[in-house]
Write a protein that binds this ligand. Structure first.
Ligand SMILES: Cc1cc2nc3c(=O)[nH]c(=O)nc-3n(C[C@H](O)[C@H](O)[C@H](O)COP(=O)(O)OP(=O)(O)OC[C@H]3O[C@@H](n4cnc5c(N)ncnc54)[C@H](O)[C@@H]3O)c2cc1C
Length: 415
């Protein structure tokens, strides 16, 4: 199909949501897809990423699951951070040795590399920071970039993450707030920690009153003799300093991170102390209310963190972003011969994904915040229960292909 007769789609942002959208949409011959990423080259801040059944499902659909490998989560230990006492051990029997299709923790760069390898040549433009978009009265959306360039698209997909410019333009009253949570993350050779008892033998959560520390493999040890390991230190009580730049992937000193675990078990302090200076990266967690709609102007859709600023809640946001992208592509394929293909597709996308986020936030997000009162043991139990109790299969076992099939069977599938 000649380029000028195709519908032009601009994806803003090259995270899992944007790249997932680029893969899925570039398979539709009636679309002309361009992805604009602000960074000058592929970049991925952060350390590891957890992938469960829901992730494998959507990665399969994108044709991008084969090369994603990581550390298998055989057992997960929840501990009291001060005494090291084991509160619970969750076993993952599906993660038999050598099986990488259960729950894994992978390097973020590994996921990104695999996704990028599936994007056709010529679709991604780097160094393109969106600063403003406008609803053009005739048709389409005008995109203004920091480098002074301008682009007009029939459909815009805002995949520009938590601090989305696309979302801000559509919903200027929507505000993010600092949650008080800050994380410091690092990947380091596992060998540096091997002498510390109980640190590298399993995935570990060490829960304290004002924060926790998380330890995990991130490499498949059948692939390498020098596997890396992740440490994340999280504090729940950081102060917000007005006017300060949002910290996202900026370096943090060893002294700063060590000061957050001073009361923790000696093994945790030693593990944190084993990190070479200059390696820690700091991430401040911002979150915002759920949006009632994740579409706008009949020609803009929000995917991933741009659409649901959950700030890492549920530890599955990359998967949500790819699921959004895949559903949007199915909807566009489905409506493409209708009288108003973009508008109809966006309504379907919104109809399927908004209730899903509603269910997550409404019925489950409160479990992230154990109620006030009670002693430390109650607090600890509530944190641990959050992991092992409650039905979260609708998240971690979500089969996005089935969701689409069910939509078609609802009998109200819009054309
Ligand atoms: C601490 C933490 C831990 C997490 N752990 C997990 C986990 O274990 N598993 C999991 O699945 N998820 C996890 N998440 C969530 C996950 O990281 C996000 O949900 C996911 O990255 C969202 O993908 P996205 O594509 O929507 O946005 P992002 O990954 O944020 O990507 C947005 C992209 O847009 C680009 N961009 C931004 N603004 C502009 C602009 N103006 N113009 C052009 N480009 C722009 C950015 O450079 C970036 O490349 C975690 C999140 C946090 C904060």
């Amino acid at each position: 199909m000649p380029a000028q007769s195709r519908t032009s789609v601009a994806i803003v942002g090259g995270g899992p949501g944007g790249i997932g959208a680029a893969i899925a949409l570039s398979k539709l011959p009636f679309l002309q897809v361009t992805l604009f990423e602000k960074n000058p080259e592929p970049r991925e801040a952060g350390a590891g990423i957890s992938l469960s059944t829901n992730a494998w499902k959507v990665l399969d659909l994108l044709g991008a699951s084969e090369g994603v490998k990581g550390g298998s989560k055989q057992n997960t230990y929840q501990r009291n951070a001060y005494t090291g006492k084991v509160i619970s051990i969750a076993e993952h029997p599906e993660n038999s040795a050598g099986e990488h299709r259960g729950s894994i923790r992978a390097r973020r760069t590994r996921l990104q590399r695999e996704l990028l390898s599936k994007v056709p040549e010529g679709i991604i433009q780097y160094g393109k920071k969106l600063i403003r978009q406008e609803d053009l009265p005739t048709a389409g959306v005008g995109l203004h970039f920091q480098d002074g360039t301008y682009f007009v698209a029939d459909l815009v997909i805002g995949a520009d993450g938590l601090h989305s410019v696309v979302r801000r333009t559509l919903f200027p009253d929507h505000e993010l707030r600092f949650t008080g949570n800050t994380q410091w993350r690092v990947l380091l050779p596992k060998a540096l920690l091997a002498h510390l008892p109980d640190i590298t033998s399993a995935t570990g959560w060490w829960w304290g009153e004002q924060g926790h520390v998380y330890f995990s493999d991130v490499d498949d040890e059948t692939e390498t003799d020098d596997p890396y390991f992740e440490i994340t230190v999280r504090s729940y009580i950081e102060e917000f300093t007005a006017g300060e730049t949002v910290s996202w992937g900026i370096p943090a000193s060893n002294a700063k991170v060590a000061s957050r675990v001073l009361q923790f078990d000696e093994r945790v302090q030693q593990a944190v102390g084993a990190v070479p200076e200059g390696q820690w990266r700091e991430f401040s967690a911002y979150a915002g209310p759920r949006l009632a709609e994740i579409i706008g102007w009949n020609k803009v859709a929000l995917v991933g963190d741009a659409s649901h600023p959950l700030s890492g809640a549920f530890g599955s946001g990359a998967t949500f972003a790819m699921e959004d992208a895949w559903i949007l592509s199915r909807a566009l394929e489905h409506t493409h011969l209708s009288s108003e293909p973009i508008k109809n597709a966006l309504e379907i996308f919104n109809h399927i994904r908004t209730p899903y986020y509603d269910r997550m936030c409404g019925s489950h997000l409160h479990q992230q915040c154990p109620s006030e009162g009670g002693d430390f043991d109650d607090f600890l139990q509530a944190k641990v229960d959050m992991f092992i109790n409650g039905d979260k299969d609708f998240i971690y076992k979500n089969d996005i292909e089935k969701v689409w099939r069910e939509y078609l069977q609802e009998g109200q599938a819009k054309l």
